[in-house]
Write a protein that binds this ligand. Structure first.
Ligand code: HEM
Length: 383
């Protein structure tokens, strides 16, 4: 990584995809994410394009996987069409209706460990909570859920480690086969869930094609849990490392919504995303050329001292935290209302239930997955 000018860097190789620019400043990251000249769909500028996994070799599958069309990886008008198909299920009103159920799931998970005096917070609580919630929304039977973690971890690692395709070991093919069997199952027994709704749209004709159907289901499964687990994990760790903030929250639960926003800013799960320039674009006098990739550091922007006072201090009483942890512009996280509610329920339930929650590991022994996500491997706690 070499500095080109303040806040703008040059990266030799972005995860095997070649050279890229990197923006760290809040103002730049926000502007790039709102600028329609920066595309999410890089297929136009990539030689690796594949329309479908016709040849089932691991490499072919991986290429296809990286380029799958879903709302996150395409631009308008396709983005508008694909996002609209599922957006109804994720409005704040729809999500508010899920509150009692999410609370119940959180309570049940904590019941299971309550008498043990300790738990591994990621696998006992932070992981199962969002996966149960998103599976119920999508209409996925609970006994299928355990396999997702293994698949998504292997795939995320494979996508980030060029040359290490053996990591995939069939996980992708299994996942695709699984989604296809889920689709046939839902065809026979449709419900009121999000996947049944997508299938109905597919059957009605030109609303989405088969690849889009498959990859939208994949996106909802992965985005629906790989991120929120880290909000709960990173957020709990941040609170445990700032006991005075944790106490403030325990004394005044009305601080909860602001605390979740501050935890998203301070230790957001998604550290970076990227775009490709669709024409030559100048940023503070530097020309980003058509076809060049630009990585934007959401985590960097959220620590920008010109936007946030004392950015490295966790302060749950901060006012109007306009962070970038959930993105910005048309790709702003579709699941934001759900993520926020899951975070609020997770932190409030944990602190109410286990008021003397504390770390059961030395902070220096904590490790993170090698990933673009800020993702703790484990978080042992006592109570
Ligand atoms: C998009 C973060 C939870 C579904 C995004 C983006 C970010 C993000 C940064 C924008 C990426 C970009 O512009 O390139 C997060 C974080 C979460 C979270 C930090 C948890 C704390 C969820 C949940 C769902 C979800 C629970 C539920 C399904 C999506 C979808 C998109 C998205 C579908 C694509 C939206 C679009 O392209 O229009 N998320 N997310 N996310 N997120 Fe989330």
């Amino acid at each position: 990584l070499t500095q080109h000018q303040e806040g703008l860097y040059r990266l030799d190789d972005f995860f095997g995809m070649g050279e890229a620019w990197v923006a760290f400043r809040y103002e730049d990251v926000s502007a790039i994410l709102k600028d329609p000249r920066f595309l999410s769909d890089r297929r136009k500028y990539s030689s690796q394009q594949k329309a479908s996994p016709q040849n089932n070799s691991v490499n072919e599958l991986l290429e296809w996987f990286k380029n799958m069309p879903n709302m996150l990886t395409v631009d308008p008008p396709d983005h508008t069409r694909l996002r609209r198909l599922v957006s109804k299920a994720f409005t704040p009103r729809m999500i508010e209706e899920l509150r009692p159920r999410i609370q119940h799931i959180a309570d049940e998970l904590l019941d299971k460990v309550a008498t043990q005096g300790k738990m591994e917070l990621i696998s006992d609580f932070a992981y199962p909570l969002p996966i149960i919630v998103i599976s119920e929304m999508l209409g996925i039977p609970s006994h299928h859920q355990a396999r997702f973690r293994e698949w998504t971890h292997k795939l995320a690692r494979a996508a980030l480690n060029p040359g290490q395709e053996s990591l995939v070991q069939g996980a992708l093919q299994e996942f695709i086969d699984y989604i296809q069997s889920l689709i046939s199952e839902k065809r026979e027994h449709p419900g009121s869930d999000v996947i049944s709704g997508l299938l109905q749209a597919y059957d009605e004709g030109d609303k989405l094609n088969e690849n889009e159907l498959l990859s939208t289901i994949w996106l909802l499964i992965t985005a629906g849990h790989e991120t929120t687990v880290n909000l709960i994990g990173n957020g709990t760790l941040a609170l445990l490392q700032h006991p005075e903030q944790m106490q403030l929250l325990q004394e005044d639960p009305t601080l909860l919504p602001a605390a979740v926003e501050e935890l998203l800013r301070y230790a957001g799960p998604v550290m970076i995303t990227s775009r490709v320039a669709d024409e030559d674009i100048e940023i503070h006098g530097t020309r980003i050329r058509k076809g060049e990739m630009i990585v934007v550091s959401l985590a960097g922007a959220d620590m920008d001292g010109s936007r946030f006072d004392e950015p490295e201090r966790l302060n749950i009483t901060r006012q109007e935290i306009d962070h970038l942890a959930l993105g910005r512009g048309i790709h702003l996280c579709l699941g934001a209302p759900l993520a926020r509610m899951e975070g609020q329920i997770a932190f409030s339930s944990l602190l109410r239930r286990f008021p003397n929650l504390r770390l059961d590991v030395k902070p220096e022994d904590l490790t993170y997955h090698y990933s673009t996500l800020r993702s703790l491997v484990s978080l042992p706690v006592r109570f």
